[in-house]
Design a protein around this ligand. Structure first.
Ligand code: GLY
Length: 584
């Protein structure tokens, strides 16, 4: 047997199960996570994204003398060109920065509902109609990503913002080769894109068929927009022609966003969420993200269990315990979480005693039904102030950056305003369009997340930084709707509790439970025996190809080097400027 396989099997029983399957003839394609070349190593800095062109833009920013903030934003801007169906300047983002001086900053660039938005705007004949919140003019929230990027660079980077925008503009003008993944998403969304002339012109042929893998995608209007942002600043977008033309289109097409909505858009500085986990400090993004709160809540619950021992002796029980904790947290998410400027989100959700109380509800042998949310301490008194992509970056000055950014589902609202070239988000669907009505991810919500003018829809985006003592140890984040929360969680548990390498922690087979629907999702490739055991404990299991996409970086203090990992499930890239020859 291969020596690496032997050593991994000894240390990690769940891997052992996978290798055992491999050795008995299982299709090795399913195991690429353990064997892939998705790792970057460099001494001075690191950036990891889902797209090599975007990672190269980040590396170029480092080469120009930029820090991790500049590199992460350069990568984010490039993603808006080469990966625009996931994220872009027509969407929103959360940026978490641990600065070289130790300060931690959370910049909220989430979309805002337009001033004319109201809670019944997605009812047709009195019935909830999610087609309106998921596609077309009413699905669009006022975008925040561009303003947040500019603010991050202006306050915490050291490069001129325009110098980070221009490479993206150049790439939009020169084009890039459509990847097979891009082409398949385009094919799936082409019918919807065809309804909007601005989108059709960019992404489809005259006969409405989608552009194919290998074709060059040139986005001249997007190039013009980005050049104007570089030359005139973000005011072009928020107070200039971009806002004006978008507002005109909205008026002609039944949308609500006005020029004033653009002009009134504000990023918010939030207080990060912090908890501890086995001697580490976990720093996450606070509401309107649910990510930081629920990664913290689940980790707090899991502290009551010896996960490593469970995992070594009985992987199915390990999965069961983590899933039961996920269910409890997601039940709380559905009830309590919303924009803290409008809803009172209890701080007690991350209280250790509350977590201990929830942990006592977990039965190691069988599923415990979770009928509804819990009630954390001081629930009425103490509150948090009030398809997606993840970029991880770090530098040797001590800056660590986690940006999760999104237009929501693939190609967002499917709308490109003619002449502007920007894919507009459909983030309004992240509101609870009506109590109990699931959004595109099957998530439900209540009053805390209802539509209100100027409110930000609840998110699952979970940019996270893990500290060991005073030093940043790891950063991780993900794409994939509610699976973002569980991916960040599993990567942290994999690294800290299960002793995995970062590559293994990101590549491990994932599982997910979001309380509603009551379904345990196992990533394809889980050993069937574990699935059987979980079903015997009472779980309703569904095997899924969808597992989300994570990027992460650690600082390996033994080797004095950054190790970056892009998710092996996609052809991304992790790289820094100074390459160190290494065995990883
Ligand atoms: N639009 C996905 C999220 O923010 O959770």
């Amino acid at each position: 047997m291969h020596a690496i396989a032997q050593s991994v099997m000894k240390k990690h029983p769940l891997c052992a199960a996978f290798f055992a399957i491999l050795l008995t003839g299982f299709n090795s394609q399913n195991l690429t996570a353990w064997q892939s070349n998705n790792v970057g190593i460099a001494a001075e800095n690191m950036v990891a994204t889902v797209n090599p062109i975007a990672t190269d833009a980040g590396v170029a920013a480092f080469e120009a003398g930029g820090n991790a903030v500049d590199a992460a934003v350069a990568a984010a801007l490039m993603l808006s060109v080469v990966d625009g169906y996931n994220s872009g300047i027509g969407g929103g983002c959360f940026i978490l920065i641990r600065r070289a001086n130790g300060e931690v900053v959370a910049i909220d660039g989430r979309e805002m509902a337009p001033s004319a938005a109201h809670r019944d705007m997605y009812l047709t004949d009195g019935k909830p109609d999610t087609s309106l919140s998921q596609e077309g003019p009413l699905a669009i929230g006022v975008p925040g990503a561009l303003k947040a990027y500019e603010q991050a660079v202006g306050e915490f980077g050291n490069q001129d913002f325009a110098s980070l925008v221009l490479p993206a503009a150049k790439r939009a003008r020169e084009g890039f080769s459509i990847s097979p993944t891009y082409a398949s998403v385009l094919k799936l969304t082409s019918k919807s894109l065809a309804k909007y002339p601005g989108s059709k012109q960019v992404f489809l042929n005259d006969d409405g068929s989608p552009r194919q893998a290998g074709e060059r995608l040139v986005q001249s209007d997007l190039a013009n927009t980005l050049e104007r942002v570089a030359n005139e600043g973000v005011d072009y977008f928020y107070r200039g022609d971009f806002a004006k033309q978008t507002a005109q289109w909205m008026q002609q097409n039944g949308g609500l966003i006005t020029e004033a909505d653009f002009a009134n858009y504000l990023t918010r500085r939030r207080k990060p969420v912090e908890t501890t986990f086995r001697g580490h400090t976990i720093i996450g993004f606070p509401p309107p993200s649910s990510g930081g709160v629920h990664v913290a809540e689940i980790l707090n619950i899991l502290e009551a269990f010896d996960l490593n021992a469970l995992w070594e002796k009985d992987p199915a029980t390990y999965v069961h315990v983590v899933v039961e904790a996920m269910k409890l947290a997601f039940a709380d998410r559905a009830y309590w979480l919303g924009d803290p400027d409008f809803a009172e989100v209890p701080l007690g959700l991350i209280d250790k005693n509350y977590a201990a109380e929830l942990a006592r509800k977990i039965d190691l042998q069988k599923v415990t039904p979770v009928a509804s949310h819990g009630t954390p301490p001081l629930a009425d008194a103490e509150f948090f102030e009030r398809h997606t992509t993840h970029i991880a970056a770090a530098d040797d000055r001590g800056n660590w950056v986690a940006i999760t950014t999104t237009v929501n589902t693939s190609f967002g609202s499917k709308v490109v305003i003619p002449g502007l070239g920007v894919i507009m988000n459909n983030q309004m669907d992240d509101f609870a369009v009506a109590p109990g009505i699931p959004n595109a991810y099957g998530l439900i919500g209540t009053e805390a997340n209802c539509v209100q003018p100027g409110k930000r829809p609840l998110s699952s985006m979970s940019p996270t930084i893990v500290m060991k003592g005073e030093q940043p140890f790891m950063t991780v984040g993900a794409a994939g709707g509610p699976r973002i929360i569980t991916q960040a969680l599993l990567a942290i548990v994999g690294k800290i509790d299960l002793g995995m390498s970062l590559e293994q922690a990101v590549g491990q087979k994932r599982f997910h439970h979001q309380w509603s629907p009551d379904l345990l999702m196992l990533e394809k490739g889980f050993p069937p025996t574990i699935k059987d055991q979980l079903e015997n404990m009472g779980h309703r299991v569904r095997v899924s190809n969808r597992a989300g996409v994570s990027q992460a970086i650690i600082f390996d203090s033994d080797g004095s080097r950054f190790v970056g990992v892009h998710d092996p499930r996609v052809p991304g890239k992790a790289a820094g400027v100074t390459k160190v020859p290494t065995d990883r």
